[in-house]
Design a protein around this ligand. Structure first.
Ligand code: G1P
Length: 304
């Protein structure tokens, strides 16, 4: 019998970022509260984690983003009004955004020192067990990503990062894999580089915001070495685990959308609505008309 890896019960959600790519929308509103379908991004991330069997949710936040945790607290006045009015469907939807007492904890990242530092801020809440990391502005539509990763993790254990292929010109926006063996769904890795220039990138296979990690990563994060952009990069500490523990890239099913900028969020909203039986017909009709509505869009439409 093979060794059964420890169950992943906790997830970290780094949500302290300033959301500068989405100003002015994010001047007051946390970017994680922007809407995809009828839910804020953070709720999509929370539900994805819950569906993957996660029981404890650790938000690494900043002190002026308390709206995020408020979203998951019971709202007794609203609950009472809806009950009095027999609004069953609305009550059910409220239920999905209410976390059980004690399941969500918040730790603060008081300085924007990078993703590696954000994850390190969660070390006491995580303790000595494997954990997931979800970046809520990376949204996967089509098939829940973390649940797929947990399945793969049960086979191979160790550390897993979700990956996708990007155009070479975009490697400078992501953590990039140096591939040892590409097995299709699982990729064994020789190294990782954060945000390499296209000419220097070891491949075009990049990390998206889903990770399953072993607690040993905290040992490396604690040295707080700054990497590219002067930030403490999670990728640099992950690279140190390669060869010491199992480490795999994981090609997920579904499509990833970068919801940290307005065009990405708009695309995600369209893709999301396309999976909704009630919305797909009217939306497809609208998009056809929109494509024919002016000369610029007609040009694109003809080229398709
Ligand atoms: C972070 C990680 C990067 C990863 C990306 C996925 O970068 O540092 O390795 O590829 O998330 O979205 P950021 O987008 O925070 O610059």
């Amino acid at each position: 019998m093979g060794h059964v890896p420890l169950k992943v019960k906790k997830a970290v959600f780094p949500v302290a970022g300033l959301g500068t790519r989405f100003l002015p929308a994010t001047k007051v509103l946390p970017k994680e509260m922007l809407i995809l379908g009828s839910k804020p991004l953070i709720q999509h991330a929370y539900e994805e984690a819950r569906a993957a069997g996660i029981e404890e949710f650790v938000f690494v936040s900043s002190r002026d983003k308390s709206l995020i945790e408020s979203h998951f607290r019971p709202h007794s006045a609203l609950h009472q009004t809806l009950t009095e009015r027999h609004k069953t469907a609305e009550l059910a939807s409220l239920q999905d955004s209410t976390a059980d007492e004690g399941r969500i904890s918040v730790v603060y990242q008081d300085e924007p020192l990078g993703l590696g530092h954000a994850v390190w801020c969660a070390r006491e809440a995580i303790g000595n067990e494997p954990f997931a990391v979800i970046l809520p502005d990376d949204v996967v539509i089509g098939s829940p990503c973390l649940a797929q990763m947990i399945k793969a993790y049960e086979e191979v254990g160790g550390n897993l990062v979700a990956v996708e292929n990007v155009p070479r010109a975009e490697t400078c926006k992501y953590g990039v894999l140096d591939i040892e063996h590409d097995g299709g769904r699982l990729i064994s890795v020789r190294g990782l580089v954060e945000k390499p220039e296209p000419a220097q990138a070891p491949s075009t296979l990049t990390i998206i915001g889903r990770y399953i990690l072993q607690p040993e990563v905290f040992d490396h994060l604690s040295s707080a070495v700054k990497g590219v952009g002067g930030e403490i990069q999670l990728t640099d500490s992950l690279a140190k685990l390669i060869g010491v523990q199992p480490f795999h890239g994981f090609r997920f099913e579904g499509k990833r959308y970068d919801c940290g900028n307005s065009i990405g969020l708009l695309k995600a909203n369209v893709a999301y609505a396309m999976n909704d039986n009630a919305a797909v017909g009217p939306l497809a009709e609208f998009l056809r008309d929109a494509l024919n509505s002016n000369t610029a869009s007609q040009q694109y439409s003809r080229a398709l």
